[in-house]
Design a protein around this ligand. Structure first.
Ligand code: GUN
Length: 287
């Protein structure tokens, strides 16, 4: 069966809409998310357009800063300092990837960790690693856990979560989140020996490896919950392009207990969790 990320994300946004209205009524504060986009990457512009639209739909203020591809690092850092100091701004997101001449890690480090709604700042990674409650947690990993819980239930204690992928954006943080849920965790990756055998042990299998249809049906334990983070564009036999995940969906779907489809699984949850982080950052600012 499918785990319907589109529907679950919509329900989360509806809940956030109510909370944003309550915050406005009680404190007279409307959460404000600033998104900075540098350059003309078409995919990034589509992502940002969706973020802006959904931010406004839940009743938050969206502020978009468009900068040319030749923006200097010094100018970008100055902009971030202004936003850090602006008390009306609760969340700051710099859309990635950045043009090659800009140092991503220097840029992320310049964001105030308490406004870092992507949760990419080392201070937030450290807080997550230490299990501190004031971490802003990366959005896609949060979405993965919410989707797994939607199928399995709130209590994941003792389940074995196998994560394929070790990125700072998905693999490492999602492992920390499942550990917090009392799961046993294994972080595997494309170089793991006997990867199929490792995956077969998973009650929850998270595929975040970036290889189209990589995870095969005989790697999956019967009844497992499969969370597919991949977004890969492939060319089909008739020459058209199609989006597929990191899991061989058509064969895995008959074996597993539940799976997130691509598209319509993890993707919609990422933006919903970004809005959740913006609300969390706003509430923390008020207290
Ligand atoms: N580019 C693709 N996904 C993301 C994301 O979640 N955050 C940012 N900042 N950039 C991205």
């Amino acid at each position: 069966m499918n785990i319907d990320g589109k529907l679950i994300a919509k329900e989360l946004r509806e809940k956030l809409t109510v909370e944003v209205a309550e915050l406005k009524a009680k404190h007279g504060v409307q959460p404000l998310l600033t998104v900075i986009i540098v350059g003309d990457d078409p995919a990034s512009h589509i992502y940002v357009k969706n973020k802006v639209k959904q931010t406004q739909e839940v009743g938050m203020i969206s502020n978009e800063i468009l900068l040319p591809a030749n923006t200097t690092e010094q100018y970008l850092l100055q902009q971030l300092e202004q936003l850090n100091n602006d008390t009306s701004v609760h969340g700051i997101l710099v859309q990635l990837p950045l043009p090659k001449h800009l140092n991503e890690s220097a840029v992320i480090s310049a964001i105030n960790p308490d406004k870092d709604v992507d949760g990419f700042h080392a201070v937030n990674s450290g807080r997550l690693f230490n299990g501190e409650s004031n971490a802003l947690v990366p959005c896609t990993p949060q979405g993965c856990v919410l989707l797994a819980k939607h199928h399995i239930g709130e209590d994941l204690t003792g389940l074995h979560a196998v994560i394929i992928g070790r990125s700072n954006i998905v693999g490492k943080p999602v492992a920390m989140l499942f550990l917090q849920e009392n799961c046993t965790i294994t972080i595997a990756h494309s170089k793991t020996k006997n990867l199929d055998e490792v995956c077969k042990q998973a009650d929850i299998l998270v595929a975040a490896v970036g290889i189209a249809q990589f995870v095969k049906a005989d790697w999956v334990k019967k009844g497992a919950t499969v969370i597919d983070v991949g977004i890969n564009r492939i060319i089909t036999e008739d020459g058209k392009t199609r989006l597929v995940g990191d899991v061989d969906y058509d064969n895995v779907v008959t074996k597993c207990g539940a799976i997130t489809p691509v598209p319509g699984g993890v993707g919609p949850m990422t933006i919903a969790c970004l809005l959740k982080n913006t609300l969390v950052a706003t509430k923390r600012y008020l207290t």
